[in-house]
Design a protein around this ligand. Structure first.
Ligand SMILES: C[S@@+](CC[C@H](N)C(=O)[O-])C[C@H]1O[C@@H](n2cnc3c(N)ncnc32)[C@H](O)[C@@H]1O
Length: 237
């Protein structure tokens, strides 16, 4: 099934209203404008979950299987999934509701719209797995770019990690070259330049799809260097 067929399959799943209310925060451009940037609270554990705790972020969480599996096996950690696809986060909310998770939330919105809501040192780990290689703006990838890495470096706790996985060779090479061009900000957590294959506790539907087609994903994980804790602005696409 292609990328479009997969999202059509997701649309068929009904999500109870209480699951929507409990697990999804909708970011709307109109609300953002009308409230002068106050439409969402600052993104931190207390504001989102009403309690403190280590937090992890998945950017482009899709239908949320990977994040729900993490949330279920690490109840002491708080998980935030960000994705602009309404149908995908509805599906993720249904999974969280059915598993009775109380440590996961989804924000329906594009990651770049949330930059102004980020706070320093909030996340201990971030994931961007299987981003669509074709979402580009004037040649720059919409999700994985210098602006994203700068904002992520700000929002990660000192030593916080970022895992990137892709089935797409050219996008993976571009992402790897980008982090390697920022040696003052990021260092790899593994001696290899990159890793072949990925064995998480639960594979996302995209990973399973590519594996069925015998495409082995590539992965790197980097750690933010503690001395780069200030936010600089890069032109964001
Ligand atoms: C191929 S799916 C991968 C989903 C999930 N990570 C997985 O492994 O199954 C890529 C996801 O990125 C989301 N996406 C696209 N643009 C985005 C953006 N600007 N910010 C966050 N997510 C985005 C899409 O809606 C889609 O759900």
């Amino acid at each position: 099934m292609g990328r479009r067929g997969l999202s059509r399959a997701v649309k068929r799943a009904p999500t109870p209203p209480e699951a929507i209310q409990r697990y999804i925060r909708f970011w709307l451009f109109e609300d953002e404008l009308a409230s002068c940037g106050q439409a969402l609270p600052p993104i931190d554990a207390l504001n989102l979950f009403g309690r403190q705790g280590p937090m992890e972020l998945e950017v482009g969480c899709g239908t949320g299987e990977f994040l729900c599996a993490l949330a279920s096996s690490h109840p002491d950690c708080l998980y935030l999934g960000v994705d602009p696809s309404t149908q995908s986060v509805l599906f993720g909310a249904r999974l969280a509701f059915e598993a009775r998770l109380d440590n996961i939330l989804f924000i329906r919105g594009p990651m770049n719209a949330l930059y102004m809501h980020l706070r320093p040192g909030v996340f201990r780990q971030a994931y961007m797995h299987f981003p669509d290689p074709y979402v580009r703006n004037r040649g720059t990838h919409k999700m994985m770019n210098a602006s994203f890495l700068a904002h992520l470096a700000y929002a990660l706790a000192p030593g916080g990690r970022f895992s990137f996985v892709s089935d797409h060779e050219a996008l993976f090479a571009e992402a790897l070259a980008l982090v390697e061009s920022l040696p003052d900000d990021w260092q790899r957590t593994h001696p290899e330049r990159f890793l072949m294959g990925y064995e998480p506790p639960l594979k996302s539907r995209y990973q399973l799809k590519w594996e069925r087609w015998q495409v082995e994903p590539r992965r790197f994980e980097v750690q933010v260097l503690p001395r780069r804790r200030t936010l600089w602005t890069a032109s964001s696409p």
